[in-house]
Write a protein that binds this ligand. Structure first.
Ligand code: ZN
Length: 196
């Protein structure tokens, strides 16, 4: 339906009102992360720091922990920092076989140095096999410990694509993640920035 001609147009925010508006907006930032790794033979399957029994594992330069990687990118995105590939380059020998929970601990330090506190993280693992629900609590515990937050702060869910697409065919595992951060000046000089 066409808008009435007499309708008042929305107010345009000018330079004078913008700073006042900014001062009342909570210092919150949201970030999104997504990662996929191929499933291959002769590799362990590690998700959220949990070694999950399976006939194949994820290929990658590090331990290929796709859950940690998606969470890291969500956190970095929320903080306005360069992504995981910039922080931990895949061609850097020091990250060969790296424990991705330790990389997450490094990201925790980056965030704390910039006074970003983690409000919550949520994630969904997309995998046709194996069944992951029984391992989720341990994944949550590991991620929360690496981030220095309560386990309830970190959501981990798992789903399948019902046999559709490459993930449904069992060729890989993907993870979607989001993170919410709050700017907290009290994190200055905080001992909690020490990575695990
Ligand atoms: Zn990855």
């Amino acid at each position: 339906m066409e808008a009435a001609q007499t309708e008042t147009p929305p107010a345009v925010q000018d330079e004078e009102t913008a700073p006042a508006f900014a001062s009342v907006v909570p210092p919150l930032r949201i970030g999104i992360g997504y990662d996929v790794h191929r499933l291959v033979a002769a590799r362990p399957l590690i998700l959220g720091g949990v070694r999950v029994p399976h006939d194949r594992g994820l290929a990658g330069h590090s331990d290929a922990d796709v859950l940690c990687h998606a969470v890291i990118d969500a956190l970095l995105g929320a903080a306005g920092l360069p992504d995981i590939g910039c922080q931990f380059p895949a061609d850097d020998p020091q990250y060969a076989g790296a424990d991705s929970l330790q990389l997450l601990g490094s990201v925790r330090k980056l965030l704390a140095e910039r006074q970003w506190r983690v409000i919550n993280v949520d994630s969904t693992i997309v995998a046709q096999r194996p069944r992951l629900a029984g391992y989720v609590p341990e994944m949550q515990t590991n991620l929360a410990r690496a981030l220095g937050v309560a386990a309830v702060t970190v959501g981990v869910k798992s789903t399948t694509t019902e046999g559709l697409d490459a993930i449904g065919a069992g060729r890989g595992i993907g993870v979607h993640a989001v993170a919410l951060l709050m700017h907290d000046p009290s994190l200055q000089d905080c001992a909690c920035i020490t990575p695990r």
